[in-house]
Structure formats: C-alpha cells, structure tokens
Design a protein around this ligand. Sequence first.
Ligand SMILES: NC(=O)c1ccc[n+]([C@@H]2O[C@H](COP(=O)([O-])OP(=O)(O)OC[C@H]3O[C@@H](n4cnc5c(N)ncnc54)[C@H](OP(=O)(O)O)[C@@H]3O)[C@@H](O)[C@H]2O)c1
Length: 277
Amino acid sequence: MKNTEKGHVVLVTGGSSGIGAATVKLLSEAGFTVYAASRSGRLPEGCQAGPTLLPLVMDVNDEAAVRSGVERIVSEQGRIDAVVCNAGNGIAGPVEETSVAEMHAQFETTFFGVARTIRACAPFFRAQGSGRVITVSSVAAVAPLPFQAFYSAAKAGILQLTKALSIEMRTFGVQCCCILPGDVKTGFTAARRIAAAAQDPASPYREMTVRSLAQMEKDEQREGMAPPVIASAVLRQLRRKKMRPECVPGALYAFLVPVIRLLPERLVLRVIGKMYL
Ligand SMILES: NC(=O)c1ccc[n+]([C@@H]2O[C@H](COP(=O)([O-])OP(=O)(O)OC[C@H]3O[C@@H](n4cnc5c(N)ncnc54)[C@H](OP(=O)(O)O)[C@@H]3O)[C@@H](O)[C@H]2O)c1
C-alpha cells in the first residue's frame, strides 16, 4: 500500500488545541489537505483557513454530526485518505466515587467518539481500497493511572480497538496505528473534570485524590512533552509505507512502555502507586 502523500486528505479530530492543533499545523505545512474538527470549529492559533486547511464543526459525541462531517469532506475533496482520532477529555476521581453518568461522559468522547469517527470513515476507505486510521490513546492504556481509572480504561479500549480494526480492514487496504503519548503539556490538564463526589471534603479518598491529581498536573504541565513531538510521530506514521500498529512518541516513553510490559505486573502497579499516592 502507498504511503500517504502530499495533497492527501486528512481529518484530525480535536484539531483546535493541544496535540490535535500541533498535528493540524504540521500536516498542513507538510502539504496535506487538512480538516481540523472540533466542537468549536476553531483553527489552531496562527492558522488561516484556505483551500487546503479547513475548519470543521464536529462533535464526536454526535453520530449525525460525525457522519455529515465525513460526508462533507468526501463531497468536497472526492476522497478521504486518513483520519487522526485525537479528540478526548479526562474525568478524574476514585472508581467508587465516579457516577455512572460521569463514566459515560468519559467513554462518550474518549472511546465512542473514536469508534464513531472510524465507522464513519470506514466505508469510504473500503470503497477507495486505501485509508489510514491513527488513534490517539495514551501510555495510561499500558500503565493504569489511579484516580483516572475510566480514562485509562477508555484509552486501553482504543488500543485494542485499533489493533483489532487493523486485522479486520487489512484486506481492504486500510492500515491502523495507535499512538500512545505520555505526559504532554496542553490544555488537557485545565479541562480535566473531577468527579463530583470526589470533591466532597469528607471523601475517604480525598487526600489521595488531591495528591495524585497534583502529581499528574505537575507531570503534564512541568515535565510534559511539547505537542509537536506527538504531531511529528503522526506525520512519520503517515509517511511510512507500512504504519506501525503502535507508536510511543518520545525516547523516554518509547523505552518505558516495553519495559512496563516485561516487568511483573505486581511490581508495575506498586511503582505506579508509589508515584501517585
Ligand atoms: N495532554 C496529555 O498529557 C495527553 C497524554 C496522553 C494522551 N492524550 C490524549 O491526546 C488527545 C488530545 O488531548 P490534548 O492533550 O491535546 O488536550 P486538549 O488541548 O484539551 O485538546 C482536546 C481537543 O479535543 C477537542 N474536543 C473535546 N471534546 C470534543 C468533542 N466532543 N468533539 C470534538 N472535539 C472535541 C477540543 O476542542 P473543542 O473544545 O473545541 O471541541 C480540543 O481540540 C486526547 O485524546 C488525550 O486523551 C493527552
């Protein structure tokens, strides 16, 4: 299968800020025709709309909006070559104190939003006999984060979804790659919601929740990678003749993820606990 080339049409969800915005900018500079989708429909700062860079209002929680967004791309460009399923959010809190509505909200955007976007693109990829699906999961898919259990579960779901999809669609010329970023400095930290019950000062988890959230915020905002690191990984995969099933950007995380998979699980969970509690 051909690698995705200059002029090819790419949809990036969550393209208005952070990792998605950096991806939109980089792919656009590299010569792709990019649709930057988000609820706000804003283009990344410093970008101008034009024939090869187009904003798209598309809430990934809304089935009809996703279908019509993808149909619009195909009717305007005659094709869609790749999709970067990046839109996501974070809802933190102990498992016991996260309501079913909050669990649903976490999965609605971060897991089902990805699945909806893929399903909307799949018939076009199949008809073309080519297509590339890049999903943005997280290192949390491999190293579960306490007090972000539903986020970690949604990201683990994306990883398996992407790999299973790559087997199902290979015969139709479709390739898939799941990107697993570690900490990245974006607006994700400020946008993270905390489960309502976890905010009660009487919560038995209160101290642990506050401590682990403070650690996560520090890791993301002080130590986090710059979004272009993840965008470059996306571009590299699009340029490869054969995409990797999984890609971990950044040398430290690229080293850590295979090590985590090799170590005894009890040890891994103990170390993660020590890092956050
Ligand atoms: N930051 C990190 O440390 C980190 C680490 C690993 C993985 N990730 C993953 O990377 C992805 C991007 O996150 P980020 O860090 O770049 O966060 P961000 O700066 O908060 O960006 C999130 C993007 O998603 C869009 N979005 C949110 N809900 C949406 C919806 N329902 N429909 C369509 N678009 C929606 C937002 O735009 P609107 O508000 O305009 O809709 C925004 O463009 C997420 O999947 C996140 O889980 C982040």
